[in-house]
Write a protein that binds this ligand. Structure first.
Ligand SMILES: [Zn+2]
Length: 136
């Protein structure tokens, strides 16, 4: 039977450190920066983890402004625009006239990877830039 409060350090470490989770902003592996909703609410927002202080600060600012989790944020739209440029370069290599049904698995995989990586990097860059603008 497991005790309610972990007594050994390894158990405590396992419970608080977010291994295997991705940053809520840029989807990179987390590094121990967290956020929880301090307000009591009927619909509390779940706690999330981040890769860096800029991503944590970015999320905290959006949370303070009461962002809607359904719609894309202005920053996410900007990240999608940045991602489109990367995907377009890859499409230049593949050939724009190639129908989607004739793409190979490797080409589809490369397009998805480029889109995910591009979005992740763009969101991370946006978080870093916005954090640099906030004087501490
Ligand atoms: Zn991040």
């Amino acid at each position: 039977m497991t005790p309610a409060t972990p007594t050994i350090a390894a158990d405590r470490w396992r419970l608080w450190y977010p291994r295997g989770m991705l940053c809520a902003v840029c989807r990179q592996p987390t590094r121990g920066f967290g956020w929880f909703d301090p307000r009591r609410s009927k619909r509390p927002r779940p706690p999330v983890w981040f890769c860096s202080i800029p991503c944590q600060s970015f999320w905290t600012r959006l949370a303070r402004e009461g962002f809607a989790m359904v719609d894309l944020t202005e920053e996410e739209r900007a990240a999608i625009t940045a991602t489109m440029q990367r995907v377009a370069l890859l499409m230049d290599e593949i050939g724009w006239a190639t129908p989607l049904s004739e793409l190979t698995e490797a080409q589809v995989r490369a397009l998805i990877e480029e889109a995910v990586e591009g979005f992740r990097e763009a969101m991370s860059d946006i978080a870093w830039v916005q954090t640099a603008e906030v004087p501490f």
